[in-house]
Ligand binder design. Structure first.
Ligand code: NIG
Ligand code: FE
Length: 409
């Protein structure tokens, strides 16, 4: 049923902003005393509340009195929230000065989460994922990409992807599954990295396809995981099977971004280690640069050069990387706000990175702006001026959230 929701102190539709490059805040269109008309889960129109009401006599009204600024729901385009256990031990060693890679070599790291996740059955894993998806929804995140990658054998990767599917059917937030079987060469695999990737292609991906468990494939290209040389044929084969590609690239060392661009990946994520030379690779490419401030905060390492990426014309999305190892916090708005202060990202650039640019990283064009025909995924903050949202650095949380036009908070 057609519904007019409002009034709002301000609505930011995020329309008419560029997909690539820097954005001046003056380009943000702010509607004051605003309302939004939705129908069947989609946006029909935004505008002045009183005008919309006068033009639509008898329309059902959903009242939202008080201070409130409405934005599109956030899209977290990179998470690993399907895991069991935790890695507080790793964290404690890191803050005593041990590095992520050192800890991984000494029994911690991704492999430790694989052991803990393999030990959980599908029901337990589903419950953990459900809780995390709910927490994200309550913080305004209405679409969540979720990777496997803590199973690392056929049965356990399928278990993770099935848990993601179950939660995507039962949760309010929409989950977008990605198969990250190429997260690490599993310690119990009897063969080389190339053998393992061939095994994934031959024995896992056909099952993922048959059950339609994921349409996206990811790989961690890094000295401690897979090399560019190993990744290239793997990604090409996955693409030939019909999968969309995304890459963990240039986190500690370079090489991955090159492969991401060469294979036409939807996104290259991390990029903390890129220099001018790698940034230039993005020019003229449609690959989205996804920066992950939560991993920098969790590891105590520098951020990806988001400012330089934007100034070079890249499409920069911001995601949480929420995972038990490098990014345990999982608070997307807090991370984006803190990064914006350090990297000098304007409000328009941050909001774009959390919405329509993140949608682009997922290959989705039906969400991320409050314009006619897009999903009515929306969130409102208890303030009068949109600038207060980043100013509070994540402590100001949405007090209202809608998914597909239905209010859920
Ligand atoms: O994106 N870089 C590789 N993967 C994750 C970390 C996963 C983990 O440490 O468990 C990341 O940071
Ligand atoms: Fe990651």
């Amino acid at each position: 049923m057609k519904t007019l929701t409002g009034p709002f102190s301000q609505i930011l539709t995020l329309e008419d902003l560029p997909l690539n490059g820097a954005i001046d805040d003056r380009r943000l269109q702010v509607i004051a005393g605003a309302g939004v008309i939705t129908d069947q889960g989609l946006i029909l129109e935004t505008g002045n509340f009183e005008e919309l009401y006068a033009r639509n006599p008898g329309i059902q009204v959903e009242e939202t009195a008080g201070e409130n600024v409405l934005l599109p729901g956030f899209i977290d385009c990179h998470t690993h929230i399907c895991f069991a256990g935790n890695r507080a031990k790793d964290y404690s060693m890191r803050i005593q000065g041990k590095s992520y890679l050192e800890i991984a070599r000494n029994g911690g790291g991704i492999w430790d989460s694989v052991i803990q996740t393999r030990a959980a059955d599908e029901t337990a894993l589903t419950a953990l994922l459900q809780q995390r998806a709910e927490r994200h929804l309550n913080e305004g995140v209405t679409t969540i990409e979720v990777k496997s990658g803590y199973g690392l054998d056929v049965a356990n990767e399928l278990k993770q992807l099935r848990a993601i599917r179950k939660v995507s059917e039962s949760s309010v937030a929409e989950l977008v599954p990605t198969c990250l079987a190429a997260h690490l060469l599993p310690k119990d695999f009897p063969g080389t990295a190339a053998d393992y990737l061939n095994h994934v292609l031959k024995d896992l991906l056909p099952l993922v396809k048959a059950e339609d468990l994921a349409k996206r494939m990811d790989i961690f290209i890094e000295e401690s995981a897979f090399s560019s040389i190993e990744a290239l044929p793997y990604l090409r084969a996955a693409k030939a099977m019909g999968f969309q590609l995304t890459v963990h690239a240039d986190q500690f060392s370079t090489g991955g971004l090159h492969i991401a661009v060469e294979t036409g990946a939807l996104s290259a994520d991390h990029l903390e280690a890129v220099t001018e030379k790698e940034i230039n690779l993005l020019k003229g490419s449609s690959t989205v640069a996804v920066v992950l401030p939560g991993a920098s905060l969790g590891l105590g390492l520098p951020y990806a050069p988001a400012r330089k990426l934007l100034d070079a014309g890249a499409c920069v999305a911001i995601a949480s990387d929420w995972n038990p190892g490098s990014a345990p916090m999982g608070d997307l708005l807090m991370q984006a706000s803190v990064m914006s202060a350090a990297e000098k990202l304007g409000t328009a650039e941050v909001f774009a990175g959390l919405t329509f640019r993140a949608a682009q990283a997922l290959g989705m064009n039906d969400r991320g702006m409050l314009i006619r025909g897009m999903k009515a995924d929306m969130q409102a903050y208890p303030c009068n001026d949109y600038r207060e949202i980043l100013y509070h650095q994540g402590k100001l949380k949405p007090h209202m959230v809608w998914k597909n036009g239905v209010r859920r908070l």
